[in-house]
Each structure stands twice: as C-alpha cells, then as structure tokens.
Design a protein around this ligand. Sequence first.
Ligand SMILES: [Zn+2]
Length: 295
Amino acid sequence: MFARLHLVLFSLLMLLGQYTFAVEQTSYKVENIKDNIYRFSAGHYHSAFMIVDKVALVTDPLNSDAAKYLKSYIKKTFNADIKYMVYSHSHVDHAMGGNELIDKNTTVVSHKFAADDLRLNKVPTALPDLTFTDTLKIELGDSYVLLNYYGPNNGRGNVSMRFMPANVLYVVDWIVLGRMPYKNLIGYDINGMLSSTKAILNEPPFAVFIGGHADTGNRDDVVSYLHYIEDLHAAVRDGMLAGKKLSTLQKEITLEKYSHLKMYQQWLPLNIEGVYNNLVEMGYFNFRSDIDAQF
Ligand SMILES: [Zn+2]
C-alpha cells in the first residue's frame, strides 16, 4: 500500500518536474548597437537605452523582472543613474515594470495619450510626469533624443525615438523588421501604420533601426516593411470591395514575395484577418452600400 502510494507520489513529482522544466526561462541580453546606444532584449521583446557619462536614458521597462535586470545591469556596467525613462506607447506588455526601473529622481516621459491611457486604465507602473503632443527633445550632455508623434498606429500615443548623434531610430510595434507583424494585428490601426511609416521615411535618414520586436535593420528594411503592409492592406481591401468573405481572402491572398519573413506561414492568415477586422471596425466597411457582401 505504502509502496503504491510512494509510486503515485513519485509519478506526480516526475510530472511536476517535467512541467517546471518545460516553463520557458526569459533570456536577457544587452548589445551595443552604435556609439552610446544599446538594445536590451527580454525574450521576444526589445527596448533601447542611451548612456552619457554616469547618466542613462532608458525606454520601455517591459515587465518587472526585465526592469530589475536592466537596472542592475546599468548600475553594474556603467555606474549610471536613470535620469529619464521614456515609454514608446501605452500597451502593458511594454510599459509594465516602470517602478522597478526608475531611480528616485528619474523623469518619466510619454506622449500625452499614452499617459492618459496608463492613468485611465489604472496600469500599475510608473506614471509619466512629463508629456508632450507632437515632438519633444531631451538633451543629455552632447547627446539627445528626439521624440515624434505621427498619429495613431498601435496602442495610444505611440512615438518614434531618434537617438542623436548616433542617429539610431527606435520604434515599437508599428514597424517590425524581418518578421510578420504580430498575429491578427490586435490593437493596430492599419491606415495609421501606413501613414506613420511613410512619415518616418520622409524624415532625414537614420543609421540603424531598433524595433520593439524582431530584427534591427536600416532604411531599406523599413521600406520593404512598408511594401508588405501596403500590399497586405491593398489585397484585403480590394478583395472586400469585390464582395469576398474573410475565408476566401485567406485562401486567395498569398503575398509570396514576403515568404522570407519569419512566421510568414503561420501568421499570414491572421494578418489578413487583422486588416479585414480593422477595415470593418474602423473603416465601417459593413455600412458601405457599394459593397455587396455579408460581414
Ligand atoms: Zn509589442
């Protein structure tokens, strides 16, 4: 009897052990991208930071554990205080952990809409104490960061950050290099993404691009990304105008030109669904009398 009980307990422990073993550990990594600009990676998430003498300007904290890791890394490696923390946008998968990253005297910065969202949604992270609406320049010694808002694209108050003089651009979620945009584009404004990405390409050229996910790249990579979004958007829109159902569009649209992108096979049908839903929810395609289709 005891032997049997032991066997059961043993099997249970084995199962639990296997389960614990299967839980993925987040891996952290810091890379020097150019001059005084660094990319911090926590699993599939990235943020950027800048070091000037004994002072740091950090961006998205990502989450509590990642923020603790980054703060101790910056203290250990650069002996630097966190002077500024700048949120790219309001979404919690990038904005949590703010309290773990800041110092006592850190100025927390975001676009006004991102600050409003964090406050209204009672997000348990450090709330911004400096906000802006169009552009903001933050100076740190002989370096500076230019923040720019180009209108809605993903989340609220999602801004680009240009680190100067290194000329490194950091954008989260509305430009993704080397990988398909995330699944069914939850929280995206497809028309806004098109216009924001075009606006970035109309700015003076940048040396290196850092995204909140996937690869770093250059201006040509951002142009290729824009082409993907334009082609995806046009294919779904024109299919809808021709009265086609979502399932038909998912069968017919292949966009093979982009099959080199990571997650192409898995996420293309979801990207199509994302644009379709966006055109219904934000473009009111279901109210259009010129379209002969059931939505
Ligand atoms: Zn994201």
